[in-house]
Design a protein around this ligand. Structure first.
Ligand code: PDD
Length: 288
């Protein structure tokens, strides 16, 4: 079965899918995106992802490329055409195609939409969760509007590459005062000695992760307290547990930070029980 992508109104072979060279996403990173997990034939938390897409588009004054219902249909159709039961669906909206000019193009230029889906074997993420991952820290060097899920991700790319080169799975950005903001593509959490979950408030300095939001519901179900406050790298190193969340990693324990072992260096029980309960609590809509 060849991979199929949706590009501006057409379903095309993934290998042939292309956007115009003057697409503003390509030229200025003038666009936004979402990634939804597909698990066991369900799209997870689609409503929250599309609510966040709506916010990102409004913040950047980009119109919806299609009605929301139509976009949901396209996402399902791309998943169906690619036969994905476990994996992810990616969507990207840019301000459209126009002669290069930093200012917005004249009215009437339609936003561009790309939707792709890919299979990811579920055991890969499960194995990472069972062994736990290493993170490194890097200085925060992103713009202030990281609350918008834009495709402008160069600092994130460089941070993730540095992590890879150092044998780690993720890089945590650290602000001027030593507080962790978030990972290059994940939110950061710790568990305190008395079992409280701590994650940075989403008002400033991070993306409000959909997995992060749903995990608050999971924590409530498991009677775990969540404190939304910033935490220092040092606190994380000395924490009972640490973990990361995202649509692609769900909940993945962190067992090492900058070469220093977290607790006994094994995934913590709180993170693993949150991971287990996640699927039951998250919204699940049939993927096709
Ligand atoms: N990344 N923070 C950043 C900077 C992210 O890029 C992401 C998601 C998250 C977690 O958000 P969510 O729980 O909604 O996935 C936090 C996606 C998965 C990516 O870029 O591939």
């Amino acid at each position: 079965m060849p991979r199929i992508a949706y590009v501006n109104g057409r379903y095309v072979r993934h290998a042939d899918a292309a956007v115009h060279i003057e697409d503003r996403g390509y030229q200025f990173a003038d666009g936004v995106y979402e990634v939804c997990e597909i698990s066991g034939g369900f799209i997870m938390d689609m409503t929250r992802h599309l609510d966040r897409l709506d916010r990102s588009l409004r913040e950047l004054k980009i119109d919806w490329p299609l009605h929301r219902r139509a976009l949901e249909f396209v996402m399902r159709e791309v998943v169906r055409r690619n036969g994905v039961r476990d994996g992810l669906v990616y969507l990207q909206v840019t301000r459209g195609v126009a002669p290069r000019d930093h200012a917005f193009p004249p009215p009437g230029i339609r936003p561009a939409l790309v939707v792709t889906a890919k299979r990811v074997a579920p055991h890969i993420a499960a194995m990472r969760a069972e062994s736990g991952v290493k993170v490194i820290t890097v200085p925060e060097n992103r713009w202030e509007r990281v609350d918008i899920k834009t495709v402008g991700l160069l600092p994130n790319v460089l941070a993730k590459q540095k992590a890879r080169e150092e044998g780690a799975a993720e890089a945590w950005f650290v602000d001027n005062e030593g507080f962790v903001t978030e990972g290059s593509s994940t939110n950061a959490w710790i568990v305190t000695a008395d079992g409280k979950l701590v994650t940075r408030p989403a008002e400033l300095g991070i993306l409000r992760g959909v997995t992060r939001t749903t995990l608050m519901d999971v924590a409530a179900k498991l009677n775990l307290d969540v404190q939304e406050r910033a935490f220092l790298v040092e606190e994380a190193k000395g924490a009972r547990e640490a973990f990361i969340t995202s649509a692609t990693s769900v909940v993945t324990p962190v067992v090492e930070i900058d070469g220093q072992t977290v607790a006994n260096g094994r995934p913590g029980s709180v993170a693993l029980s949150l991971r287990q309960a996640f699927f039951d609590v998250a919204e699940k809509l049939p993927a096709c």
